[in-house]
Each structure stands twice: as structure tokens, then as C-alpha cells.
Design a protein around this ligand. Structure first.
Ligand code: ACO
Length: 326
């Protein structure tokens, strides 16, 4: 069977740490509230001059090194992000230039926090079709650049960073077994950035109105996220005719520890089969699943032939899952 296998993982996060007590000094919040409601203790924040391509490049180099693949061997780059360096060119093209690859296809995908699963699915299908054989997939965000540090309901949640994987086509039973993608645009305004696009271009007024920052109705998003993530996870298991017991590790989007625990409970997974690093990074949107995957891989929490379930939900709304035989 021709499958797509993950042969290298990498990640990169900013040096600068923003702790809950740092945030309590600028908005009306507390370490206790943030930890209890979200599981987050600190997040990494880009410094001036650092942009999404900064972290995407470092994560890509780490993944390429592990895969023992030279940039010149790549035949496609797909980057998932909602915080590109600039509207155009794409982060993928900036990365193509930094990596000095051949003139291969390079493009960004925007699917909120599900972006990495979307990018993985696109790359998987390109490899399975025979069109590509060595693909770099990156999830990257600098959410701090679109976070309103006067809004306590969102600023405590988000962080910056990048994760990357190198994919190749192989015959055998290991690799990506299936991907499942979904969207529901009717919920778009529960989590969105009103300013900066063609509907509300940058103006003095839009900046004064703080329209270039993310707005979220967290409570409504929470309930839909739990249900959607559970559905996507169960679909992946049913499609592959396996049950929760067969899973070795759940790597879910790191938006809220309570959401991850709810999915784990629904799947009947014990704590040791659930990967969690939200306490260190907060919600890094498209970067959350690949950063977690890289940490799990480097900590040897994933072993050859393990069954790993990836699951994400985000702005759009979008959600999706991928089941991987490592
Ligand atoms: N510190 C202290 N109090 C706060 C804070 C804060 N940082 N933020 C909100 N509160 C207050 C609220 O004002 C409210 O007070 P009130 O009862 O007096 O009105 C109270 O705390 C409860 O607020 P809720 O929003 O109901 O709190 P909730 O338990 O829902 O937790 C949270 C909020 C953590 C945001 C949660 O709703 C959540 O995680 N939502 C989902 C986020 C998510 O999954 N996003 C999807 C992906 S993100 C992406 O795509 C970019």
C-alpha cells in the first residue's frame, strides 16, 4: 500500500516567556483563574523583528535534520498559518527562499487552529497521487501580533511558535492511515479578526477600534469545540475500524486542558496516552499539533508502529483529525 510517512519532526518557539503573573500585571486576571480555566501557565512570545517565517524556518531545519533530507530534495512546501509575515507573499514562499530549495510549489493554507491537519491532508493526497514525494509541512503562528493585551478573555490564551514535519511516500503499513476535514462557516463570527482584510482594510479608525485583534466568544467556542473534536476523533477510529484501546497517543490541539481531558474521557484514554504541553505554550493555533508531535517524538513518547491520533478545531469553524501508524 502506498502511504505517506512522517520521517522528521521539528519545532521552534520564541525565547521570550510571558507568564500568568506577567499578564496579571497588565489585565485583571490571576494565575489561579488562567490555570483553572485553561491549564496554561506561560506562553512564548515573539520579540520585535521576529515573524512567522523566523520560527517556520527554524522548525523546518530541525525536521529536515531529523529526516536526513536536504532542502534541495523537497518537492513541495505547505505552510498552515493565520498570521503570515504579510498578506503576500506567503510564508511558504518566504520559507522556500530561506531554505534555498528548487523552484518547487510553495503555498499557505488558512484554516484556523485546524490548519496543520488541513495542510497534512493536502500533502498526504499529493503524495498518494504520485505528484509529490518529499513534502515539508509547517504549522506556524505569531498570534501575539494579533492579540489584544487589553482583552483578558483572549490575551491569556494565545502564544507563538512553529512545528514542522517532513513527509515521504512509501509502501507498507506505516504512515498516515486517514485524514478527515470539516468546516462550518456559519459560526465564523464566534472567533475572528475583523480588521485587515478587504472588508475592513487598515485605517486610522480600524486601528483605533482595535479591529486588528482576534475576538472570541470563548464559552460558545468551548462547547462546539468539544463536540467537534470528539466527532472528528471517533470518525477516524471508526473509519479505520479501531477502538480507543488501540490508540497509543492522542495529540489534540492545545486550546484548553479541559477540552483535551473531555476528548480523552470520551475515547476512554488513560492520562499517559494523552499528550499535553499547553501549560508551556498556550494556544499556538496551527502550530500546536506539530509542536506537540515534535516534543512527543523527541521525548520518545511515540515509538515505531504506535497508533497516534491527531485532532484539531479552530476559527472558521474548521475541525479535523488524522490517524497515523508511526
Ligand atoms: N481572568 C479572570 N476572569 C476572566 C478572564 C481572565 N483572563 N477571562 C474571562 N474572565 C471572566 C469572564 O468575564 C466571566 O466573568 P462573569 O461571569 O462575571 O461574566 C468569567 O470569567 C467566566 O468567563 P467564561 O468565558 O464563561 O469562562 P470559561 O470557563 O468559558 O473559560 C475560556 C474561558 C478559557 C476562553 C474557554 O471558554 C475556552 O477555552 N474556550 C475555547 C477556546 C478555543 O478552543 N478556541 C478554539 C481555537 S482558537 C483559534 O482558532 C485561534
Amino acid at each position: 500500500m502506498h502511504r505517506t510517512r512522517i520521517i522528521g519532526t521539528g519545532s521552534s518557539t520564541p525565547q521570550k516567556v510571558l507568564s500568568n503573573s506577567d499578564l496579571a500585571a497588565i489585565v485583571d486576571t490571576s494565575d489561579d483563574w488562567i490555570v483553572t480555566r485553561s491549564g496554561i501557565k506561560e506562553r512564548r512570545i515573539a520579540s520585535n523583528g521576529e515573524a512567522s517565517s523566523t520560527f517556520a524556518y527554524r522548525a523546518a531545519l530541525n525536521a529536515l535534520e531529523m529526516a536526513e533530507v536536504a532542502p534541495q530534495e523537497l518537492d513541495m512546501i505547505v505552510v498552515a498559518t493565520i498570521t503570515p509575515d504579510m498578506p503576500t507573499p506567503s510564508v511558504a514562499c518566504l520559507l522556500q527562499n530561506k531554505l534555498k530549495t528548487r523552484s518547487i510549489p510553495a503555498f499557505d493554507i488558512s484554516a484556523g487552529c485546524t490548519g496543520f491537519i488541513y495542510a497534512l491532508a493536502v500533502a498526504d493526497n499529493c503524495i498518494k497521487s504520485g505528484a509529490n514525494n518529499k513534502v515539508l509541512v509547517v504549522g506556524v503562528e505569531t498570534l501575539s501580533k494579533i492579540t489584544d493585551y487589553q482583552d483578558r478573555s483572549t490575551c491569556v490564551l494565545f502564544g507563538d511558535g512553529s512545528g514542522a514535519v517532513v513527509l515521504t511516500g512509501e509502501t507498507g503499513d506505516r504512515g498516515i492511515l486517514s485524514t478527515h476535514l470539516y468546516s462550518d462557516g456559519s459560526c465564523g463570527k464566534l472567533l475572528y479578526q475583523p480588521g485587515g482584510g478587504s472588508q475592513c482594510p487598515a485605517s486610522h479608525e480600524s486601528v483605533d477600534n482595535r479591529e486588528h485583534y482576534l475576538k472570541m466568544d470563548g464559552n460558545k467556542v468551548f462547547k462546539i469545540a468539544v463536540k467537534s473534536l470528539e466527532d472528528a476523533a471517533l470518525t477516524a477510529l471508526q473509519y479505520n475500524d479501531v477502538d480507543g484501546d488501540a490508540l497509543d497517543l492522542l495529540i489534540s490541539h492545545q486550546a484548553n486542558s479541559r477540552i483535551i481531558q473531555a476528548i480523552a474521557k470520551r475515547l476512554g484514554l488513560p492520562q499517559e496516552k494523552v499528550f499535553m504541553n499547553i501549560q508551556k505554550y498556550g494556544n499556538t493555533s496551527s502550530a500546536s499539533v506539530p509542536i506537540a508531535m515534535d516534543e512527543a517524538n523527541r521525548q520518545k513518547r511515540i515509538k515505531k508502529n504506535d497508533l497516534v491520533l491527531l485532532d484539531a478545531f479552530g476559527a472558521g469553524f474548521t475541525w479535523g483529525s488524522a490517524l497515523v501508524r508511526w
